[in-house]
Write a protein that binds this ligand. Structure first.
Ligand SMILES: NC(=O)C1=CN([C@@H]2O[C@H](COP(=O)(O)OP(=O)(O)OC[C@H]3O[C@@H](n4cnc5c(N)ncnc54)[C@H](OP(=O)(O)O)[C@@H]3O)[C@@H](O)[C@H]2O)C=CC1
Ligand SMILES: O=C(CO)COP(=O)(O)O
Length: 313
């Protein structure tokens, strides 16, 4: 759990996708020594992991469990901080990525990095902000120092699961927002969808023990706004193209990278049924992904739900 005081850190990034390579660039700005590992690369993970200050996982959700157990098979310094930047949920256990890493490494500090961070904008050196959250504030501060620069403002937060869920759950809402724009439903509809989406995210977050106020911050509302309003978002693109008549298979075959909202939506539907938690927007996104209804029918279902107070689901 100890945090060492070296000025420049040695950082191993797992996953050479869009986000892993962008985070590597951000960490190098401050003079840190960064290595990026990919399962297709020539470097052996066991050789790279020995004695690094920080291991940052930017693999997509489908690889987290496998990569975490691979890392565990090598000796890791007790001082190494684990950082997770994945935005998804494990289909088998509904665990978040940080919960998976913490289970594999119970004596290490785990930090979540999440925020309104479309990697293409950050790679172009446009300004952005993010959140690093941990139960161990000192570890969060180390990660804050590693990534902070004139182009990337990093805040700490003590609610890792809340920060992680903000980034994960908004992906389903981004699919819905893409559908909204693909159908040309207008600004009022989009504002209503995003606002009710946030209410749904907060309701789901409560099951995981996340703090409500976390969802009003950068990793919640901030990321929801970014992803629901940008054609750069893969999740938004899934929704937009569904509304324009493409099939999910066609869309995913041509998508540049991962749209985690698809898997997250399936995990949430399971959770919704198992625990009787109302998730009206998620439910309509699920039906659309499964081709059970048309986008127009999904809209009608949402508009004609029973009347209720704004404070209720
Ligand atoms: N791109 C963005 O703007 C942002 C993305 N994120 C999140 O970061 C995560 C990664 O996203 P992104 O980089 O865009 O996705 P990409 O699809 O570009 O990259 C995914 C990465 O995960 C790796 N991976 C997948 N499965 C495995 C496995 N079993 N073993 C080893 N590596 C694996 C891939 O390796 P390989 O190439 O070998 O398949 C690849 O390096 C997602 O959860 C996403 O939501 C968060 C913030 C911003
Ligand atoms: O998480 C992201 C922005 O914060 C990236 O969004 P997409 O995964 O939808 O591209």
């Amino acid at each position: 759990m100890l945090v060492n005081e070296k000025k420049f850190k040695s950082i191993l990034i797992l996953g050479a996708g869009a986000w892993g390579t962008t985070l590597a660039k951000l960490a190098r700005v401050n003079g840190n020594q960064v290595t990026v590992w990919s399962r297709h690369g020539s470097q052996h993970l066991g050789d790279l992991i020995n004695n690094v200050d920080m291991v940052l996982s930017a693999v997509s959700m489908k690889g987290v469990r496998e990569v975490a157990s691979l890392v565990k098979s090598f000796p890791v310094s007790p001082h190494t901080i684990f950082v997770t930047a994945t935005k998804g949920l494990d289909p088998e256990t509904t665990c978040t990525p940080s919960q998976i890493w913490q289970t594999e490494f119970p004596n290490h500090s785990i930090v979540v990095l999440s925020g309104p961070n479309l990697s293409q904008e950050i790679a172009q050196e446009l300004p952005a902000a993010t959140v690093v959250a941990s139960k161990n504030n000192m570890a969060a501060q180390v990660v804050q120092q590693v990534f902070s620069s004139g182009r990337f403002r990093v805040y700490t937060n003590p609610d890792p699961v809340g920060v992680e869920l903000g980034g994960t759950l908004k992906n389903v809402m981004a699919i819905a927002a893409g559908i909204c724009d693909g159908l040309n439903l207008g600004t009022n509809a989009k504002a209503a969808l995003v606002t009710r989406g946030l209410a749904e995210i907060i309701r789901i977050g409560a099951i995981f023990g996340a703090k409500t106020e976390t969802f009003y911050g950068l990793s919640g509302l901030g990321d929801l706004l970014a992803t629901c309003n940008s054609p750069l978002s893969r999740n938004y693109q899934v929704g937009y193209q569904l509304a324009r008549g493409k099939t999910l298979a066609e869309i995913l075959a041509n998508l540049p990278g991962t749209a985690e909202g698809v898997n997250t939506c399936y995990v949430l539907m399971h959770l919704s049924l198992e625990q009787s938690i109302p998730m009206p927007i998620t439910q309509q996104v699920y039906r659309l992904l499964e081709s059970l209804i048309t986008p127009q029918q999904a809209l009608e279902e949402l508009m004609l739900r029973g009347m209720k107070s704004e404070y209720h689901e």
